[in-house]
Design a protein around this ligand. Structure first.
Ligand SMILES: Cc1cc2nc3c(=O)[nH]c(=O)nc-3n(C[C@H](O)[C@H](O)[C@H](O)COP(=O)(O)OP(=O)(O)OC[C@H]3O[C@@H](n4cnc5c(N)ncnc54)[C@H](O)[C@@H]3O)c2cc1C
Length: 255
């Protein structure tokens, strides 16, 4: 087995099993014919000073085709007068990010802003396991399709892979059959979350900005938040997504 270290070096290791946790960079997966992301969102963000506004304002989310096509933008207070501003979208995010910065911090000296850009994998396609190999985390596209968050499902998939690999060590069997239990575990834990978030984001991406405005007006009108009570969980979104779509877009009874 070959490996890459922080220093540009190539060497060989022998191991009974290997875990691929190399994030969105799919080169190892590609070489091994393992899982890949069906598509990529393009994310960009920066931490900026915002004076007093940065302390008092709550987290804000920005949606709409003109703001972040296919996904959304954010402004998150970090404390000490700083905020994290960013967005992800299906196109080149830079012009949208520039417009968002102008909106959030019009007087900002852009020369001092350290911008970070990265792709986010969405929807796993293919196998996460091979003979003596398991791909986890973003390397397996185990990333929320609703928000692009990869930490929670990444940790879950790491835990599940650990359990399956420990069992493989006990059996002395690292075949696809034994390691394949990992596929069943993650699919039953959060497979429906990935599908629901993905389809909902695709649906939302087709809405015009005026339709999004109307959806927000309707959400306020019917007090959607209280209807979702019980379905709102920080890391589990599919029930809230389905209930929201039903409340906002299903024709009213008798209509
Ligand atoms: C702008 C932005 C904002 C985000 N915000 C959030 C958020 O608020 N909440 C959230 O949950 N998620 C967020 N995410 C997603 C989250 O960062 C990732 O999904 C998560 O870091 C994936 O974790 P991972 O351990 O699978 O991969 P990574 O964190 O990407 O780690 C993979 C590691 O493997 C190394 N590596 C790659 N190739 C090789 C190789 N060949 N050999 C050796 N090492 C290799 C990489 O250098 C890296 O250190 C955000 C992503 C972006 C781009």
């Amino acid at each position: 087995m070959q490996f890459r270290s922080r220093q540009p070096a190539v060497g060989k290791l022998r191991a009974r099993v290997a875990v691929i946790a190399s994030g969105v960079n799919g080169s190892l997966n590609g070489a091994l014919g393992l899982v890949k992301a069906h598509e990529f969102l393009r994310a960009i963000q920066a931490d900026i000073p915002l004076g007093k506004d940065g302390i008092s304002n709550p987290t804000e989310v920005y949606v709409g085709r003109s703001v972040a096509p296919g996904a959304f933008g954010w402004k998150i207070p970090l404390g000490h007068g700083r905020v994290r501003v960013g967005l992800m979208c299906v196109e080149d995010p830079r012009p949208y990010f520039s417009a968002l910065l102008q909106r959030v911090a019009p007087g900002l000296d852009r020369g001092e802003v350290k911008v970070r850009q990265k792709a986010i994998g969405q929807m796993p396609v293919g196998n996460c396991v091979g003979e003596r190999i398991v791909a986890i985390g973003e390397a397996a596209a185990h990333v929320k399709t609703s928000t692009g968050g990869g930490i929670f499902f990444g940790l879950l998939s790491a835990q599940m892979a650990t359990d399956v690999i420990l069992r493989a060590f006990r059996k002395g069997d690292f075949s696809v059959h034994t390691l394949g239990e990992f596929e069943r575990f993650w699919r039953s834990a959060f497979g429906i979350e990935l599908w629901t978030g993905y389809l909902a984001r695709k649906f939302a991406a087709r809405l015009s900005d005026s339709l999004i405005e109307r959806a927000f007006d309707r959400a306020k009108g019917i007090d959607l938040l209280s209807r979702l009570n019980g379905n709102l969980r920080f890391d589990w979104h599919h029930k809230a997504i389905l209930a929201s779509i039903h409340s906002l877009f299903a024709p009213a009874a008798g209509a």
